[in-house]
Design a protein around this ligand. Sequence first.
Ligand SMILES: Nc1ncnc2c1ncn2[C@@H]1O[C@H](COP(=O)(O)OP(=O)(O)OP(=O)(O)O)[C@@H](O)[C@H]1O
Ligand SMILES: [Mg+2]
Length: 508
Amino acid sequence: MEREPLVQMEEITVEFPGVLALNKVPFTAYGGEVHVLLGENGAGKSTIMKVLAGVNTNYSGRIVYKGQEIRATSVEEQRARGVSIIFQEMNLLKNLTVAENIYMGRHPMKVSGQVDWNKMNADARSMLDMIHSDISEKALIADLSVGQMQMVEIAKALSFKSDIIIMDEPTSALTEKEVDALFEIIAKLKAQGVAIVYISHRLAEIMRIGDKITILRDGQYIDTLSAKDITVDKMIQLMVGRDISEQYPKEDVVQGPKLLEVKHLNQGKQIKDVSFHACAGEIVGFYGLMGAGRTEVMRAVFGADPYDSGEIKIHDKPVKIKSCEQAKRLGIALLTEDRKNQGLILEFSVKDNIGLAKLDNIMNNFGINAGREKKVCDDLVKSVKVKTPSNNQKVKLLSGGNQQKVVIAKWLNTNSDIIIFDEPTRGIDVGAKVEIYRIMNELKKAGKSVIMISSELPETIGVSDRIYVMHEGRITAAFDNEDVRGLTEDYVIAFATGTKTHIPEQAG
Ligand SMILES: Nc1ncnc2c1ncn2[C@@H]1O[C@H](COP(=O)(O)OP(=O)(O)OP(=O)(O)O)[C@@H](O)[C@H]1O
Ligand SMILES: [Mg+2]
């Protein structure tokens, strides 16, 4: 007997000003299956799922849901039909608690007509327990890390008890343990007959949980394949439309003098006696699990957070960095991991965001030089390959990965010597990742010091000249150029999880 699809979308077309985001794309999902949507940044993955979720209502085409033709006209209506979505860009309200966010707009009520806070908190607790999360249901969203916010989004989506759950890059900021917990849940949901749509740029993950894979490229439907008939190489090839020869480009550059030196840095419980350095002409990798303290160290160096003790030298001169402004003047750039909150002003255009990091790069005595600004911006947009109809497009209208590229372009505009990338390739497609590695190599060749925080081990080993590993606020290992070559993943993970420690670099 033919199985009935839960949802069948046909000839879905979505057009935005200047962008044909989807061109007659089909998509069919069955209960009890994990259907992966795969494609480069800007391919149309989020757009088609936002059609199904009732967010993008300006579509043409046909949707048959549980055997009935429907029109998706609002999120509430689609939710009532059984569709829920974990948005790629998180949608939580910062000043409310975890439980309030999960039950936003549908607080449980007492007979008296008052909100039943106890029940709401208890319900939220049980959702969080289900995904093995120890986040407090009473914590404010503002106090959570990006990964924790992602867990709250997941708990929220699960709380609707939907027939189809769309997960748009749910794991981009999760730890391995959290990913495992999510996959356990997905297996359970599958067994209950729920349909899962899974969007991710982590190809290994897709191989692990996908049943079916649909590939989109530039708003076009390419193919739908069974996961067992596909390899990672084939996925890349279908996505990008060509083979990628070199996944981790690495240029040989003669290492210059130390540009940054940090000794015995301490800050509360988060940074413990951290010493490291970065030279001109090298890429220094900082590997660790989420929460290991890598971001905290870099924020302290950048003057974004105060530190308790320690010494920082830039170009061999001791400095006391008290503000980001000062750090920028000293030639430090920090590309933050959380683009939505720290990296970009979403309401501003691509051009204005790129201009933000260093206005005086494009200013003359008479104010902003529009011609020069345009040229600088055009070049940067081209060099990082931002996909946008124009540089006047609001950043919030770009796809997730393209927003990340704008963050990079913005900081390249500053001409800094020491460029710190915090998870630069999170949410970025394979092709664009290689572009970003190339940009880092270019910076390295230009004599800059590049520091890359990464939670992806193959990338850390593949791209870095030297590597520091952090665990619980400490540097637990330092690998020099020679060591990096022969490193195995298992060996590095042992330091990141704290099962092994060896003496890091001698500071002194
Ligand atoms: N509201 C909007 N207004 C204008 N353009 C949009 C809007 N939403 C998406 N787009 C454009 O539509 C195209 C498809 O975007 P979409 O967000 O679906 O990509 P994606 O496949 O999810 O990419 P990523 O992997 O980067 O998340 C992109 O060119 C994007 O800039
Ligand atoms: Mg997307």
